[in-house]
Ligand binder design. Structure first.
Ligand code: KG4
Ligand code: ZN
Length: 343
């Protein structure tokens, strides 16, 4: 095997165009992220065709900027890593096509990375050392998935959401409350001035012994509390800023409670002593705080991805080094696997 020193990674699975240069010791030399919030905001969610067109325009400048910031020239890159699954088909194809072209032109190996596994690898990148075996919890816009991770590349699904992902629920509830996209950070912001006990929202599956989640009933409960139950006669109180804050805080508390209960159950059921948590929702302050409390109560080792590595980024594709080191290279006819992670 050739011995590469620098890896160039590309992440274009959804609405962020990102490129990073990562050294073999997993040090991140650059991590450039171009977000597309402004393009999707007025639609209240990601529009796939707009996302893939924006990736086409941005991918080369983002790669150039990542190389410039790292102070590494393209000819020094020894391996190309790209997220190919899961995600939006057109978005993934832009990254994969760029990655294949670079690998072919430079004559270096290509590795194709699972985006969900990479969210967990963000924890490994931050820890600066191996953290596996561990329970891995990905809480993002598309996934609420608990894994038993034997290593960085061997993960078994323990359980996941039966309907909406947690981040999706944050985004939809934000829309109901008239907040901007993406909803997670907005809910967290307005919840600061709210009472988390103002509304007693149900915690789905909270007390059952299965590792599963459901958030769509909670979203509907917020809708009815905010806008009224269909067919009901009673007038709904006006949606004042205080009521919005109370609804946001009560919703957030309900989500955090179930996320924490299932982390505890996964640790109990598997006997693992490390918990790593990644994905956009892991940037949420009250969730991070509750995870820390859980870890000291159990106790277990907790590694949460740093906030800037929670939402989509190419630095978490440092996972590509693990594939490279195991000789798990991809061929130039590699394809994308769109959709959500197969369960
Ligand atoms: O991991 P990510 O960037 O993309 C996916 O792979 O889905 O996650 C994006 C999701 C969005 O649903 C967003 O609302 C949510 O993460 N999110 C948050 C916060 N920051 C981002 N949710 C709650 N609190 C936050 N601070
Ligand atoms: Zn993601």
């Amino acid at each position: 095997m050739s011995s590469a020193e620098w890896l160039l990674s590309l992440e274009t699975s959804c609405d962020e165009t990102s490129a990073a240069v990562i050294r073999r010791d997993r040090r991140v030399l650059s991590n450039v992220v171009s977000t597309q919030f402004e393009l999707h905001e007025r639609f209240g969610g990601v529009v796939p065709e707009i996302a893939s067109r924006a990736h086409v325009e941005r991918v080369l400048p983002v790669i150039d900027e990542a190389l410039r910031q790292a102070g590494v020239s393209l000819t020094n890159i020894g391996v190309i890593a790209v997220a190919t699954h899961p995600g939006l088909v057109g978005s993934l194809l832009v990254g994969l096509t760029a990655a294949k072209s670079l690998a072919l032109a430079l004559g270096v190996p290509l590795v194709t990375v699972n985006h969900v596994a990479a969210h967990l690898y963000a924890c490994r990148m931050a820890a600066g050392e191996d953290i596996f075996p561990a329970i891995g919890f990905v809480v993002s816009g598309g996934h609420t998935h608990l894994f038993d991770c034997r290593s960085a590349v061997e993960m078994e699904l323990l359980g996941c959401t039966t309907d909406d992902a947690a981040g999706e629920a944050f985004d939809k509830v934000a829309q109901i409350l008239g907040l901007e996209y993406p909803g997670g950070p907005q809910i967290e912001r307005v919840a600061q001035g709210g009472n988390p006990r103002a509304f007693a929202f149900a915690r789905s599956y909270m007390n059952d012994a299965q590792l599963r989640f459901s958030f769509s009933g909670l979203k509907t409960a917020v809708l009815y509390a905010a806008k009224g139950t269909p067919g009901a006669r009673a007038a709904v109180p006006e949606l004042t800023p205080q009521r919005i804050s109370d609804l946001a805080a009560s919703f957030q508390a309900a989500v955090v409670d179930v996320l924490i209960a299932k982390c505890e159950l996964a640790i109990q059921q598997t006997g693992r002593q490390t918990l790593c948590v990644g994905g956009g929702v892991a940037a949420n302050g009250p969730f991070r705080f509750a995870l820390e409390q859980l870890a000291s109560r159990l106790p277990c080792r907790l590694v949460i991805a740093p906030r800037d590595l929670c939402t989509d980024n190419a630095a978490m594709l440092g996972l590509g080094w693990e594939l490279y080191e195991r000789g798990m290279f991809a061929a130039l006819d590699a394809d994308v696997i769109p959709g959500l992670m197969r369960t």
